[in-house]
Design a protein around this ligand. Sequence first.
Ligand SMILES: [Zn+2]
Length: 482
Amino acid sequence: MATGYLPADGIEGVVVHLAASYSSLTELITLPEQSVEQRTIHALKIANGTGPSRRGILLLGGVHARELVNPDLLVTFATRLLQAYVNGTGLSFGPVSYSKALVKLIVDTVDLFILPLVNPDGRVFVQSPAGDPMWRKNRDPNPGQPCKGVDLNRNYDFLWSSGIGTSGSACSDVFKGTAAFSEPETRNVRQLLDSRPNIMCMADVHSYAELILYPWGDDDNQSTDPAMNFTNPAFDGQRGVHGTGYREYIDPGDAVWFATVGNDVRDSIAAVRGRAYTVQQGILLYPTSATVHDYAYSRHLVQAADRKVMGFTIETGREFQPPWVEAEQVIEEVQAGLVTLVQNAMCAAENVLTGTTAARHVDAIRKLRDEVVQPSRAGRALIALFEAHGTEIQRAITAKRVKRADVVRLVNKWVKSARPNGLATAPVPAEVVDGVTSLLTQLADGASPAFKRAAKRAQRDLTSFRDQTVPDGLKTLDEKHR
Ligand SMILES: [Zn+2]
């Protein structure tokens, strides 16, 4: 048996202990359903403060029983983040370090939900001398069937009926269960997403293969034919083959976001001790259906009221149960990736403006973005610039290459100039546009080549807003780039 790993009740014990020790910064969430073998399951929310505009990020682990590293990894991450916040320090993983300002920003502005052990029964079975160290599924007795267990990462409601990468046989390691959400453990995850609608990004941490996977898993991505998608029954029976025929529609902006953020996570992991993780679409590992990252990301396409959840699956390390000395290294490097993931998922405007005199304008800016900028093609390109390079922008400000006070002054000036009509109807003063242009120059200095190119383009586009309203400026740009 692999030693060094916490037992299932030890993982649970850390969660309960952290909730008690850091009671003002955490919430102990008791999931509504016990496991099949009636174990209580807890998630931990880490957040200083509350508020409707906080973004939520969900980290899952321990879905597959034999993948022992990841629950230890997630409770270690929770512990270190809380310790760093309380002690007023940054976080270091080998040579990679994150500032105390970032730690503070994460805990002060994000709701971080950590569910380290989705499948406690499976872990107990794997770690029991009488069990099976290579058990993958939960411990559903599957009444009337010859074998136990459902593959929890084939039990979500995403093309569950398709059979892609799943089995209807209870003895299979990828048995999908008797229905989508037939298992209490997957219903718990659904309930977490339903009850915490601010969750907009998630990572399900598995092992092994050193991969960072993103949607879709059922077929190759395409961004040209929106009608060719998983909700369209005309394509039933055609999905699930890599390289031919059917391809799954993905919003082009989302495709860029997944690749960009995935690469950033990959780079952070590599910087710790050189392990080169690969970022790829889920299907490139193998075709799947009913996995959690596809389910989470598909929710908003099935029910418009649901928030879009950007879902990753991270496959850590090179074996299911590495010797503990190696497990510690995996835990170290992947934590760096998780900090970077959280950083990327944060709201750039909020990050920059929190704690300043311009903080009260974040909601108005967000409203302008959603209602005026997002519907325009040029507007989406500008948003994509800031979302794709949010981490770089934050790093530049943290490193004081750009002064936060300069950003704050510009925002305040802009909002003041727009009174009493509001940001969507008042012309943007030329001096505000020029100020933003000059900030972009400062940001680009020392940034990546991709950011430099994007900043140049944005600077060109921004001239259309000088003394024009935002809608007029966007209209000019949409016509120019037609
Ligand atoms: Zn797994």
